[in-house]
Write a protein that binds this ligand. Structure first.
Ligand code: 5AD
Ligand code: SF4
Length: 457
């Protein structure tokens, strides 16, 4: 579906007359950040100006996450503050969008307890945002309704990125995997891939605008194309086509699923000059028994095989991952399997989570039998091993030279530049501000656990 904004001119007049500003608070993953860039794009296309200080903004948009319970609590905590802004100013509007508002019980809760909210929209409802905004600004009409998740794709939505050099592009929406702990398939609908032409046009446009790094996004990027009925075009094909686009120098993607990590994909990564030497490969658990309970459709051995193939393809590839501890039924023995994978893979980055029960998922009914203190202890045990290996990984980089996209200056010293290597390692080095947005060669001099120090060569 093409994004048509028939309200654009009518809205623009109201917004510019009232001199309205917006502030977006994003909770959640890269997909949510990408959605926020689209909301920013829509708002700016109708005349809203960005305001950095939420207290001064007219429209406060919360883009929400429901992957774990604490993400939900964050929103309700934030409501307390913005309610006050609204009480003091008639020209303050509160919009709540994203994964949380794709759940019926949340909409009921907002209707009952948070009446100051003006508009709610689910995950696939950007097309209806302008009309609802028009009703609100023109008629003071609120819109807090639950709408079933849509399986549509909205194309040509205006988009405003924070960076001028790095951009994310969604390639596939939704998820068909139904991992038993996960709420995403319920709030983001079934897998639907964008047409290759639409993606390639977006990337070409970004390259023309000077963007150097592209992050391809999807809940499961390597399922890309499985839903096409008229072509066999797949994720490896898409990567090869993006590789050909001049100006784009770094291609990243997130997240692939181990079950779809084909040899063809590994070959494409190996022969590519642009695909980043960092692969984010969610593990979730190292125990094949727990992985089965999680409905992950891969085993510990499958996971280790993929990592070995990637390291054989290029020893410079760094691996990052997601791990959940305390999934229902996870015994000490199961957890030791997770630690075993952590030791074997020597991850460069681990996002660790304590299992959080989600309403409506298959695991909701499973007995959550690990005490909270034990879950926290398991997180710490992963962290101990991870932090032991991380300096070893980093030390291997010392003395070598890496291409680094310069992202900005250090917070504490504007003579010091920061950027990331292809392995997604943060590097700081002396240099002129004029290098920002460029790719420079940096020799690594020392490692400091979470970052490296280097010099331009
Ligand atoms: N509890 C804890 N972590 C979860 N994740 C997804 N669902 C849950 C849950 N119910 C984690 C997974 C996923 C990451 C984005 O969030 O590790 O890869
Ligand atoms: Fe959730 Fe599993 Fe889909 Fe990832 S692959 S979004 S963890 S259901």
């Amino acid at each position: 579906m093409r994004f048509t904004n028939s309200y654009k001119e009518k809205l623009k007049k109201i917004v510019i007359d009232k001199n309205l500003t917006y502030y977006i608070d994003t909770m959640g993953c890269s997909m949510s950040e990408n959605d926020s860039s689209k909301y920013a794009g829509i708002l700016e296309s109708i005349g809203f100006k960005r305001e950095e200080n939420e207290e001064k903004a007219n429209l406060i948009l919360f883009n929400t996450c429901c992957i774990r319970e604490n993400a939900e609590n964050t929103l309700f905590g934030r409501f307390g503050t913005v309610k006050k802004y609204k009480m003091n100013n008639d020209n303050v509007y509160i919009v709540v969008v994203g994964c949380m508002t794709q759940q019926k019980h949340i909409i009921e809760k907002i209707k009952k307890s948070y009446r100051f909210v003006d508009i709610t929209l689910g995950t696939g409802a950007m097309n209806s945002f302008p009309s609802k905004l028009y009703d609100l600004l023109k008629e003071k009409k609120k819109n807090i309704e639950f709408v079933e998740v849509t399986n549509e794709i909205e194309e040509e939505v205006p988009i405003k990125y924070d960076s001028k050099y790095k951009a994310s592009v969604s390639i596939i929406y939704g998820c068909n995997n139904f991992c038993s702990y996960c709420i995403v398939p319920y709030v983001r609908g079934r897998e639907r891939s964008r047409r290759p032409k639409d993606i390639l046009n977006d990337v070409k446009k970004l390259a023309k605008e000077g963007y150097k790094e592209i992050m391809l996004l999807g809940q499961n990027v390597n399922s890309y194309g499985n839903d096409f009925k008229d072509t066999n075009y797949s994720f490896p094909n898409l990567l090869q086509d993006i590789e050909k686009i001049d100006g784009i120098e770094i291609i990243r993607f997130m997240s692939p699923h181990p079950k779809d990590f084909s040899d063809e994909l590994i070959d494409v990564i190996k022969s590519s000059k642009k695909i980043a030497r960092q692969i984010h490969l969610p593990l979730q658990s190292g125990s094949s028994k727990i992985l089965k309970e999680m409905n992950r459709k891969h085993t510990k051995e499958d996971y280790l095989k993929i990592v070995n193939k990637l390291k054989n393809a290029d020893e410079n590839i760094s691996i990052s991952t997601d791990i959940i501890v305390g999934f229902p039924g996870e015994t000490e023995e199961d957890f030791l399997d997770t630690l075993d994978v952590v030791k074997k893979v020597k991850f460069d980055q681990i996002y660790m989570f304590i299992y959080s029960k989600r309403v409506g998922t298959r695991a909701e009914k499973m007995e959550d039998n690990t005490p909270e203190e034990e879950k926290v202890r398991r997180l710490e045990r992963i962290k101990e091993i991870y932090e032991k290996y991380l300096p070893e990984n980093n030390k291997k980089m010392i003395g070598k030279t890496y291409k680094v996209l310069v992202e900005g200056v250090s917070k504490n010293n504007d003579k010091v530049l920061t950027g990331r290597t292809s392995q997604n390692k943060v590097v700081i080095f002396d240099g002129e501000k004029s290098n920002i947005g460029k790719i420079v060669n940096v020799e690594i001099l020392s490692e400091h656990l979470w970052y490296l120090k280097g010099k331009i060569v």
